[in-house]
Design a protein around this ligand. Structure first.
Ligand SMILES: Cc1cc2nc3c(=O)[nH]c(=O)nc-3n(C[C@H](O)[C@H](O)[C@H](O)COP(=O)(O)OP(=O)(O)OC[C@H]3O[C@@H](n4cnc5c(N)ncnc54)[C@H](O)[C@@H]3O)c2cc1C
Length: 805
């Protein structure tokens, strides 16, 4: 065995082998995979092997399409059959809500280059005569769905990697991973030690144990899972043609043909986490004892929908464990806080996803960034809040909800109140409906009383609609207050802080006491942050950004941090606060501070340390509402006092508390995008319009400078636009297809109802040639084409007079 490698991958399941293949294919030959036993010795060997494209995130669906289309190439390269049966597959809905979901999925598929279409129930019955079509309302068809042989796929990846010059060693368990001072890792095995520039934890069922070797606690959890295989079914023999695969959502089933019988798998109504205390090191080639009682209800439903099942004998029952992450999506990428340590864990649908995971990780390692936004799979979407216990609770929730519909306005119940602010009880007592982001509870909207503080999950406008309308009215006409704890605050101090941020941020650094908006870019000019940078004194800066992206940004800052001259702290949990906005917000503020907060005393974009409500704060004159507004940050221990003071001072001004839904509605009227939706690494600064905040002429060689200059000179191919839509009781959320003259030309990135201007609004990217004021489009909303028209100017206060008043 060699003693040095550029990359060592730990784990020879389908995920590790795919990473090995993609690294080698993309040019890195000095890569080696270590497998403790034989390849596919974890969950990979006993998978059902069904492959499909639909997933919770459009970019993951796109990558699932990539994975499935890769199987032909793997067979050719490796000379090994992967047992690919491209039977096509249907997704079956038996409730109107699920049919709505499928319509939405089809809309997404249009711009992802996937070929999904609705087929009639008669066609379903013709293709799959065992199904009782009367049980369903509709079916979406995807021609590339099917199934493969899991073990063969794993070996085909490994053999193909070898064709490209990579190596793998079986029977080589990794027993230690020791970091060296130069950032490399010593990977210790009984057969010798390899010094690697980078290591990848792809240990599947043992991801936690391999993580522990480096002191990392990964919030992933194996879950037990059953499928069964029937004896020969005469109807299948008689049919003569291979049956398509299927997913039946309401009964939580997936099924496919296996020889002349059926394979039927189900996600149990209550999850069974396996080995919470840790995966035994000697586990591997055995299965778990089946417990058919746990899936009896599901089997009963199955035989109502596929009656032949009720008559068929069961040939084999498989109960095997596989690993879930807290939200059911993979966790990949550089582990924040670690040097050269990569993860590819929690991949729960490896035969649909491993190709995409391998591709993105290889691009990320070799080129420094993946070619598409992988936020939905990025390990940095979790932070220290995602403990092992949290991981187990959320993984279990996810397992049971695998095929259960989650509505766009729905907040899932497990693992709640993991992080709360000092105001939590106070806000709940005032009727707050809470959501959660990065583990922290935050207000979505306020009901009139706590008894009414719940929201009906729906694709359409919910019972929150009128409450949000009231909150918007208060902000536009009087004054409103919103807790601001779910933003990230990054603090940079020291003589090198200015130079460091000048390189990290594409915008201009502010003078002392001022703040600026700025994008942060990747070397390829893609958006990596939509931030506000404030300078408190010559050498102290705060960077405010998306709370959800705080670990992703910390990782980015760490990666580029010089050895000395700058000290950095993520202060997101140490600086909470309250923002007040509306035409009467200055009047309110002036009652609780001795500062001069007049238009001249505190100018738009001023920031300072002072006291408000008698507590020490950082006061900034800025607002995401498009109104006159102020953000007041304080340490958590002062937040209750600050809130009391604001509420007392605002009583006769009819101050109204508001939540995130109102903020999101207000910003639509200004045409402002938000991070993770409209602004993310799928788009460039020039495409998004954030180039307005790029300091093209600044001296500093900021990251992405060359790329953004080229993009500006060339002009963008697509642009972010705001559209007003013709709809009644429904608004877009995100990912709906945009049509122009019958052709899909883009997709919606965010939207909703703009209550003050009384318009349904959608933001999305369309070809630059079409990005003109008044240009007409259609947006596919739950299967119906709705008219939409570009509005070039903000719908509210187009010259920004009110913010600056
Ligand atoms: C019953 C069942 C049905 C399923 N059906 C499907 C399906 O139809 N479609 C689908 O897409 N997915 C399915 N899955 C999920 C799929 O099996 C997993 O997503 C996939 O196997 C995960 O692969 P992996 O490489 O991450 O992990 P694993 O397969 O667990 O591989 C990890 C590897 O790492 C090795 N390893 C661990 N520790 C060390 C160490 N210290 N040193 C060296 N090597 C080490 C192990 O020996 C193992 O080979 C199913 C799973 C189950 C259990």
């Amino acid at each position: 065995m060699q003693t040095h490698a550029k990359v060592v991958i730990i784990g020879g399941g389908v995920v590790g082998c795919s990473i090995l293949f993609h690294l080698a294919k993309h040019g890195w030959k000095d890569v080696v995979l270590l497998e403790r036993s034989e390849l596919a010795s974890g969950s990979s060997w006993h998978a059902a092997g069904q492959i499909h494209t639909i997933s919770s995130d459009p970019n993951i669906s796109r990558l699932q399409g990539y994975t499935i289309n890769l199987y032909k190439e793997l067979e050719e390269l490796s000379g090994q059959s992967v047992g690919h049966h491209p039977t096509g597959g249907f997704y079956l809905a038996s409730s109107p809500e699920r049919l709505d979901y499928l319509k939405q999925e089809r809309s997404k598929a249009r711009y992802m280059g996937l070929d999904q279409e609705f087929i009639s129930l008669q066609e379903v019955a013709e293709m799959h005569p065992l199904i009782d079509p009367s049980k369903y309302l509709g079916a979406l068809w995807d021609p590339i769905d099917g199934y493969i042989d899991p073990s063969s796929v794993t070996h085909a990846y490994a053999k193909s990697a070898r064709q490209y010059g990579a190596q793998y060693h079986r029977n080589t368990p990794v027993i230690e991973t020791n970091p060296r001072a130069d950032g490399s890792w010593d990977v210790v095995t009984p057969n010798g030690t390899i010094n690697a520039e980078m290591i990848v934890n792809a240990a599947g069922l043992w991801a936690r144990e391999v993580g522990h070797l480096a002191g990392i606690d990964l919030p992933v959890q194996p879950m037990e899972h059953h499928y069964l295989i029937t004896e020969t079914i005469p109807e299948i023999e008689a049919h003569g043609k291979e049956l398509p695969c299927g997913i039946d959502y309401e009964s939580n089933l997936y099924f496919r043909q296996e020889q002349q019988g059926l394979l039927l798998g189900t996600y149990e109504p209550s999850a069974t986490p396996w080995k919470v205390e840790g995966t035994p090191l000697d586990f591997g080639h055995e299965l778990l004892p089946p417990d058919l009682d746990r899936i009896a209800d599901r089997l009963k439903l199955a035989s109502e929908r596929i009656p032949a099942l009720g008559r068929a004998g069961i040939k084999n029952v498989v109960n095997g464990p596989f690993t879930f992450g807290p939200d059911g999506n993979p966790m990949i990428g550089p582990v924040p806080g670690m040097k050269n340590y990569w993860a590819a864990v929690g991949v729960m649908a490896g035969f649909c996803q491993a190709g995409g995971v391998g591709l993105c990780l290889a691009e990320w390692m070799i080129e420094g960034e993946p070619s598409i936004d992988v936020w939905a799979m990025d390990i940095a979407r979790f932070g220290e809040f995602a403990t092992h216990e949290y991981g187990t609770i959320k993984s279990a929730e996810n397992y049971t909800r695998r095929f259960i519909l989650t509505y766009p306005n729905e907040e899932l119940p497990a693992g709640r109140r993991q992080k709360t602010t000092a105001l939590y009880d106070r806000l709940v007592a005032r009727g707050a409906v809470m959501g959660t982001g990065f583990g922290l509870e935050h207000v979505l909207w306020f009901a009139d009383k706590p008894e009414n503080a719940h929201e009906t999950p729906t694709f359409r406008r919910s019972n929150a609609f009128e409450y949000v309308a009231d909150e918007v009215r208060a902000v536009r006409t009087g004054v409103g207050a919103v807790e601001i704890a779910n933003f990230a605050n990054h603090e940079f101090k020291g003589p090198g802080a200015g130079a460091f941020l000048d390189r990290m941020l594409a915008g201009r650094l502010p003078k002392v006491g001022r703040l600026n908006l700025t994008p942060m870019l990747t070397p390829k000019g893609k958006l990596y942050g939509d931030l506000t940078v404030a300078r408190l004194d010559e050498d102290t800066f705060y960077v405010f950004g998306s709370g959800a992206a705080q670990e992703m940004h910390r990782r980015w800052f760490d990666m580029h941090m010089p050895d000395n001259g700058v000290s950095y702290r993520n202060r997101s949990d140490e600086l909470h606060g309250i923002a007040i906005s509306g035409p009467r917000s200055r009047e309110l503020l002036s009652r609780i501070t001795r500062d001069d907060v007049s238009a001249q005393g505190l100018r738009f974009r001023d920031i300072r340390r002072t006291a408000v409500g008698g507590v020490p704060v950082i006061l900034a004159r800025i607002s995401f509402s498009g109104e006159l507004g102020f953000e007041i940050y304080c340490a958590p221990q002062y937040q209750v006092k600050l809130c009391e003071q604001i509420e007392d001072a605002g009583r006769d001004l009819e101050l109204k508390l508001y939540g995130a839904r109102t903020l999101l509605s207000l910003r639509l009227e200004k045409g402002w995008g938000v991070w993770t939706l409209d602004f993310r690494p799928d788009f460039t600064a020039v495409e998004s319009g954030l180039d307005a905040f790029v300091a093209f002429d600044k001296e500093a060689d900021f990251i992405g400078k060359q790329a953004v200059l080229t993009q500006r000179d060339k002009g963008p191919e697509k642009k972010l636009v705001t559209m007003v839509m013709g709809t009644d009781d429904i608004d877009v959320t995100h990912d709906e297809a945009i049509f122009h003259n019958g052709e899909c030309v883009g997709y919606v990135t965010s939207g909703g109802f703009a209550h003050h201007v009384q318009k349904s609004v959608a933001l999305g990217y369309v070809a630059t040639a079409l990005a003109k004021d008044g240009e007409a489009f259609e947006i596919e909303l739950l299967g119906e084409m709705k008219p939409a028209k570009i509005v070039a100017e903000p719908l509210y206060d187009s010259i920004g007079e009110r913010m600056r008043s």
